[in-house]
Design a protein around this ligand. Sequence first.
Ligand SMILES: [Zn+2]
Length: 152
Amino acid sequence: MASMIYAIKCPCCGRSAIKDDYYKTDEYYIYCLRCGYNHTKLIVSETAQSVEYKEEKYDGNGIFILVNKDGSRKSMLLNKVTEEHLEEHKALFEDDTVDQGKSYLVSFKDGVFSILGGNPPENFHLSFEDYKEKMFAKYGESECDFMVPIEE
Ligand SMILES: [Zn+2]
């Protein structure tokens, strides 16, 4: 099914989130690789008369990007994260197989980002407005101006 993927302003942290938009059915996935927020809206049942959607929404508690030395990569959106979870993630981060230069662990609590390990990319720190301006400067303004390109 056709979808459009573009960046939007994260309703949780105000930085750039990603929307995977199945515009024909009004279904979507929104996820934020800055704060971990995610929101899905999917069709659960459909008749000729009506469509029933199911929505799930989780506030972001942070993000854990784990890149291994073999190049494989895992992105974890942290929701309802506890101190213990963070300690476990931190321990994973120290592992020998992990590429510390490319991995990062960031917590997000009460509107505050704390970098617990690694170095998030420059775009990570930008507000959505600054990010959008940067993307349009780099890739050119798109024909439909809501289609903001995605870059880590
Ligand atoms: Zn966010």
